[in-house]
Design a protein. Structure first.
Lengths: 114, 115
């Protein structure tokens, strides 16, 4: 069973398009995250979402919006895609009550904007 | 807020030998956790080991162990009996309870294992 899954794994699209990446976790976790990994492999938090509390990294453009239909899902919507959005996007989840902050990652979605 | 620094962009080790990857961090929190994640070419982020800041004993997971020096804010990873499958990017990360439980990652160290 896959713990944290993301779809699609690869996404190629043109500048200006709007796209979504889906994330689902079956671990019963209550907190989910989106990270961006750039071409130099640097991982940076974009959002964390817990019980409808959204915490946004202030450097994330407002073209990016997370949407959580329920605790097991956190989707990432990106509007008006730009070349600089090309990266690998990772979804992760954790159980806040454990206080260990251990996060489980999905396989990543490689987004290429042409 | 936390900062995590990995000063070794690349390292190499001979198969069966031991290698140590360095990590330093800075935080104003008293309650925090530190992690090492491995990212092989498959891209999957895999948790290698975890250290609670309040524990003095260094964490160990099979061939992986850490040297946690709290006063020096140092958290190095030692890999013993290196195997070809250990070749990957290794990321040091820190998390604290203040706010969002987000992890802050270092820039990573690319480990090559020489047969």
């Amino acid at each position: 069973d896959t713990a944290v899954s993301q779809t699609p794994k690869y996404l190629v699209t043109q500048m200006g398009n709007d796209k979504s990446i889906k994330c689902e976790q079956n671990l019963g976790h209550d907190t989910m995250y989106w990270y961006k990994q750039d071409s130099k492999k640097f991982l940076k938090i974009m959002f964390s979402y817990n019980n409808k509390e959204l915490i946004i990294n202030e450097t994330v453009p407002n073209r990016f919006s997370p949407k959580s239909p329920d605790k097991a899902h956190l989707n990432l919507h990106i509007n008006s895609l730009e070349l600089g959005d090309s990266a690998v996007y990772f979804c992760a989840s954790s159980y806040r009550q454990e206080l260990s902050y251990e996060q489980y990652f999905g396989p990543g979605t490689r987004l290429t904007v042409t | 807020a936390q900062t995590v620094t990995q000063s070794q962009p690349e390292m190499s080790v001979q198969e069966a030998e031991t290698v140590t990857l360095s990590c330093t961090y800075d935080t104003s929190e008293s309650d925090y956790y530190l992690f090492w994640y491995k990212q092989p070419p498959s891209r999957q982020m895999i948790l290698v080991i975890r250290q609670e800041a309040y524990k003095q004993q260094n964490a160990t997971e099979n061939r992986f162990s850490v040297n946690f020096q709290k006063a020096a804010k140092s958290f190095s990873l030692k890999i013993s009996d290196s195997q070809l499958g250990d070749a990957a990017m290794y990321f040091c990360a820190g998390g604290s309870g203040a706010g969002s439980y987000q992890l802050t990652f270092g820039k990573g160290t690319k480990l090559s294992v020489i047969p």
